[in-house]
Design a protein around this ligand. Structure first.
Ligand code: ATP
Length: 366
């Protein structure tokens, strides 16, 4: 196991800068998941930790020791890719033991490590097979097995499950979680899959355009996204946003929508009266309500049953607005519905897109 420190790391490819000073301290045994849109620099960061890409500026330390100049093989890190990269001419056992064999490990040690990993990953019946005689999920397990056998200080995963079908992904996700529970190895995992990120991570690192936007537990990012980017990126279907102005009257804070509707807030904020804000609400937190003074009328554009629940695509003040509900009555909704926003589920962002800070309200003031 190892701690991994990333200190002000920058990466340029020629004149193009793709990482603009990343700081991240990963603790011994921690499972950290990197998320962000395509091209934001996740794989580049992972490859620099593995030593597959040079660090332009800054420092990477493993267990406190600078590794910038160390070759990948001397970093004691195993990487699992989405393309399993198995050797086609070797059987499963040979693929799994390869890393130890080239390091000239003792035969007994190799046998014990392979059989141990095979047991954990339920690969025993397949040890004599070649990769081409395996399913995608089995190959992915062999790729994991190969990493485990080496007993590295840390595991790096670059979208390891993205080639698998939905059911296998689910199974493998649980396998990875169990493995981490059993081995407790420091892991850094890149994914586009929200559920993988939420279920696997001790901490999620949300990145955008080469800059870390927020680091926190999955629920911290879901409950208190630091800015509009994280708010819109974490959660599916995505958070709804509405432009509004911040108002305080008679000791009550609210957000006024362009059509004049006042939306009550659960607390005051450190904002000027009249400040332009963005109000955010997740589709699963919107209430379908009877019409009232504080409810909003929306048009129903599309009804999408997902089996588990229903996504309503609405038009609110002419803008797209989504609601997620478990209530099957929504299947017959339309052509308009009324919706309400429970104050405790509202998110408020200031003009710069940052989460607005709450304040205690005093009567008549902001
Ligand atoms: N060898 C390279 N030469 C030039 N540019 C590169 C190179 N490798 C990556 N890039 C660029 O660096 C940026 C970050 O790429 P990276 O693969 O790290 O993104 P990512 O977040 O992992 O994306 P994805 O989710 O699509 O895998 C992209 O704009 C990419 O085009």
């Amino acid at each position: 196991m190892a701690s991994i420190d990333i200190r002000n790391v920058r990466k340029n490819f020629g004149i193009v800068s793709v990482l603009h000073g990343v700081d991240l301290a990963i603790k011994n045994g921690e499972f950290v998941v990197l998320v962000g849109p395509s091209g934001c620099g996740k794989s580049t960061l992972l490859r620099m930790i593995a030593g597959l890409e040079e660090v332009t500026e800054g420092e990477i330390r493993i267990d406190g020791v600078r590794v910038n100049e160390r070759a990948p093989k001397d970093r004691d890190i195993a990487m699992v890719f989405q393309s399993y990269a198995l050797y086609p001419h070797m059987n499963v056992a040979e693929n799994m033991s390869y890393g130890l064999r080239i390091r000239k490990a003792a035969r007994e040690k190799i046998t014990a490590a392979v059989s141990n990993a095979a047991r954990k990953l339920e690969l025993q019946p397949l040890l004599a097979r070649r990769p081409k005689a395996l399913s995608g999920g089995q190959r992915q397990r062999v790729a994991m097995g190969r990493a485990i056998v080496r007993q590295p200080k840390a595991f790096l995963f670059d979208e390891p499950l993205s080639n698998l079908d939905a059911r296998l992904r689910e199974q493998m996700r649980a396998e990875i979680k169990k493995l981490h529970r059993d081995l407790g190895a420091t892991s850094i995992y890149v994914t586009h899959d929200q559920i993988e990120a939420m279920t696997l991570a001790d901490r999620i690192v949300a990145m955008h355009e080469g800059v870390v936007q927020q680091v926190g537990s999955p629920l911290e990012l879901y409950d208190r996204p630091a800015n509009l980017f994280v708010a819109g990126f974490i959660g599916s279907p995505a958070m709804n946003f509405l432009s509004a102005r911040y108002e305080v009257s008679a000791g009550t804070a609210s957000a006024r929508l362009p059509d004049g509707t006042l939306i009550a807030l659960s607390s005051g904020y450190q904002l000027e009266e009249g400040a332009a804000v963005t109000l955010g609400i997740r589709p699963e937190h919107v209430e379908m309500s009877p019409a009232s003074e504080t409810s909003l009328r929306a048009t129903v554009d599309l009804i999408e049953p997902t089996g588990f629940g229903i996504i309503l695509h609405l038009g609110l003040h002419g803008l797209p607005f989504n609601v997620f509900t478990l209530d099957r009555a929504a299947l017959t909704a339309g052509p308009t519905v009324t919706v309400a926003f429970p104050p405790q589920h509202l998110h408020l962002f200031d003009e710069t897109g940052k989460r607005a800070l709450e304040s205690s309200l005093q009567k008549g003031t902001g």
